[in-house]
Write a protein that binds this ligand. Structure first.
Ligand code: ADP
Ligand code: MG
Length: 294
C-alpha cells in the first residue's frame, strides 16, 4: 500500500447524526506502481468535535460575560465624567447598583473558573473540620435571601430534628451548597418556592433542595454537571450564567466522599439531593447502628 497519497475528509454521516468521522483514503499499488485499488479507514472524531464546540461556546460565553459588566462600567465612568449634571441622582444610583451587580457576577465567574481548574488539577488543599450542618445551611439561606426576595420567592427550611455534623472544608462546601440554592432561585419564576430540608439515613445526611421552577428535560438532565453546559431555550435565554456552577459542585461533593442526585420535571420543578457521611464532634465516623437505633 502506497503511503505517498493519503486523502482525508471529515463528515457527519446522516443529517441528524451527532457522530463525526474522519476518512483516510490511500491508494493500493502493485509491484509496478500501478494503482489497483484503495483502502479507506474511518476514525470516530466526535469527541474532538465536541471539545472544539465547547471551546467555541466558552470563548463566546467569556466574551459575552466580560462585555456586559464592562459596558456598565463604561456608562458609569461617563456619568461621573459629566459630573451627573444631566442625570437625576436616582439614575446615577441605579447605574452604580447595576455596575456593582455585574462586577460581582464577573468576579463569581472568575472565582468559579479558578476553583474548578484548581480542583481538577488536584492542587486544592481541603481543610477538613467537623461542622454542624445546620450552621452552614442557615448561612447559605441568609446569603441567598436577598436574591430570592428580589423575585418574591420564599425560601423555606425544614431541618431534621437532630443535630448532625459532617467533615468538610467550610468555604468549599458553602460555595457548593450556595450554587445549588442560588440555581433554584435563579431558575424559578417570580413568586415561586424553594425548600431546603435534611434527613439522616444510615450514617449519611441528605441535604434536599427542592424548587417550583422551570425544571430540566430528560435530554438535558445527563449533561447539567458538564462544564459550560447550559440548557438552551426560551425560558432560560435571558438568565445569565457560565455553566460552571454544577461542575464545581460535583467536584466538591466527590472530594468530600459525597453523592449528588437530581430529579426534575419540566414546568414543575427540580430537586437536588446532596448526601454526605456523618461524623461525630471529634471527627470520628458515625456507626450506622447508632443512627438507625436512634
Ligand atoms: N434548579 C434548577 N432548575 C432548572 N434548571 C437548572 C437548575 N439548576 C441548574 N439548572 C440548569 O443546569 C444548567 C447548569 O447549571 P450551572 O452549572 O449552575 O450553570 P449556570 O451558570 O448556567 O447556572 C443551568 O444553565 C440550568 O439550565
Ligand atoms: Mg449556576
Amino acid at each position: 500500500m502506497s503511503k505517498a497519497v493519503v486523502v482525508t475528509r471529515e463528515f457527519a454521516p446522516g443529517a441528524i447524526s451527532r457522530k463525526f468521522l474522519r476518512a483516510y483514503c490511500s491508494p493500493v499499488t502493485n509491484e509496478q506502481g500501478v494503482v489497483i485499488g484503495s483502502v479507506t479507514t474511518f476514525e470516530d472524531i466526535s469527541a474532538h468535535k465536541q471539545i472544539d464546540r465547547m471551546k467555541s461556546d466558552f470563548v463566546a460565553m467569556v466574551a459575552h460575560e466580560l462585555k456586559s459588566p464592562l459596558a456598565s462600567v463604561e456608562q458609569m465612568i461617563y456619568a461621573l465624567q459629566v459630573g451627573c449634571q444631566y442625570e437625576a441622582t436616582n439614575n446615577c444610583n441605579a447605574l452604580h447598583k447595576r455596575m456593582t451587580t455585574r462586577t460581582k457576577d464577573l468576579l463569581r465567574l472568575i472565582d468559579n473558573l479558578l476553583n474548578l481548574s484548581k480542583l481538577e488539577s488536584g492542587t486544592v488543599v481541603f481543610n477538613l473540620e467537623p461542622v454542624r450542618g445546620d450552621d452552614i445551611i442557615r448561612e447559605v439561606i441568609d446569603i441567598t435571601k436577598p436574591q430570592a426576595d428580589g423575585k418574591g420567592i420564599t425560601i423555606g427550611y425544614h431541618p431534621c430534628g437532630e443535630e448532625w455534623l459532617f467533615n468538610i472544608d467550610y468555604d468549599h462546601m458553602r460555595t457548593a451548597i450556595m450554587n445549588i440554592v442560588s440555581n433554584s432561585v435563579k431558575y424559578t419564576p417570580d413568586g415561586g418556592q424553594v425548600l431546603l430540608s435534611t434527613e439522616l439515613v444510615g450514617g449519611f445526611v441528605n441535604i434536599i433542595v427542592q424548587d417550583t421552577g422551570l425544571g430540566i428535560s430528560k435530554d438535558d438532565l445527563p449533561h447539567i454537571f458538564d462544564r459550560f453546559f447550559r440548557v438552551k431555550g426560551k425560558a432560560t435565554r435571558h438568565i445569565t450564567g457560565s455553566g460552571l456552577g454544577l461542575a464545581l459542585v460535583k467536584e466538591v461533593v466527590e472530594a468530600h466522599q459525597g453523592y449528588i442526585d437530581v430529579q426534575s420535571t419540566p414546568q414543575v420543578g427540580t430537586t437536588f439531593i446532596l448526601s454526605f457521611p456523618l461524623v461525630q464532634k471529634n471527627g470520628a465516623s458515625v456507626p450506622e447502628l447508632q443512627l438507625t437505633a436512634g
